[in-house]
Design a protein around this ligand. Structure first.
Ligand code: F6R
Length: 244
């Protein structure tokens, strides 16, 4: 099934389009299971959703699973993904924090934590919609080039390019953790729907490869072509290399 591509004029339109798709799902299924991402791309979408929640759309019955977490960072660390999610989204809503799941970067045993994460998703009936971003090298979650399409939640080493890209959030590049827990490609593709957001020129090549290249480990997002209900919402810049 080809990836469905929706092109918006500007990043704010991407956020509005994504939030309205998520809101439609929540209206239809108030106890939906959402898969979520961190990073700069979904921040505006979360702001839209917080606003919708204030205006009366309840999130109190939602369950959420986040894609990834830095290995070695506590949820109280300002650069941890748990902290990001609480501050950017969850704390501004009526979502029940105990129904939100971010892999524990301080778990004693990474393998056990990853297995528990996968079991948790299955026990909730699977993810209805997984919201994703994409890295400049085509990564999704922390599935870097070279990953397998049947990969599951696991501890991975981060590539130099991802460490460099993420160092903008840390004081020094040496402070960026070198490993992370990440949902795998198969974990993500088990979701009933996938919604990937991308904005800006620096994502354009990865988007073109993901949508139009042959599915290949060199661009992990290209594996999303194997999913039957996957939509990319892009601004004009991110869509600029996709050909008609
Ligand atoms: C975040 C994640 C990453 C980001 C990607 C893009 O949970 O899994 O794959 O989606 O690195 O990040 P931004 O949106 O900051 O460009």
């Amino acid at each position: 099934m080809p990836i469905q591509v929706k092109i918006c004029d500007i990043p704010d339109d991407v956020a509005r389009a994504a939030a309205s798709k998520i809101a439609a799902l929540i209206r239809q299924k108030p106890d939906a299971v959402l898969g979520l991402a961190t990073g700069s791309t979904p921040v505006r979408t979360y702001a839209e959703l917080v606003q919708m929640n204030r205006e009366g759309l309840s999130f109190s019955r939602l369950t959420t699973f986040n894609l990834d977490e830095y290995w070695g960072l506590d949820g109280g660390h300002p650069q941890s993904y748990r902290y990001f999610m609480n501050h950017t989204f969850f704390d501004g809503t009526d979502i029940q924090l105990w129904n939100t799941h971010v892999p524990n970067g301080m778990a004693v045993d990474a393998d056990l934590e990853c297995r528990a994460f996968e079991t948790g998703i299955r026990a909730c009936g699977g993810v209805d919609l997984w919201l994703l971003g994409i890295g400049r090298n085509g990564h999704i979650a922390f599935n870097e080039p070279g990953c397998a399409p049947d990969s599951r939640t696991r501890l991975v080493d981060l590539t130099e390019s991802t460490i460099a890209a993420n160092s903008r959030f840390f004081e020094r590049v040496e402070d960026v953790p070198k490993q992370a827990l990440t949902a795998g490609i198969a974990t993500i593709c088990d979701a009933r729907r996938i919604l990937l957001l991308a904005t800006g020129k620096d994502k354009a090549r990865a988007i073109a490869r993901a949508v139009q290249g042959v599915p290949h480990p060199s661009c992990p997002a290209s594996f999303l072509q194997t999913h039957s209900d996957c939509t990319f919402i892009l601004d004009r810049e991110a869509a600029s290399v996709v050909s008609d």
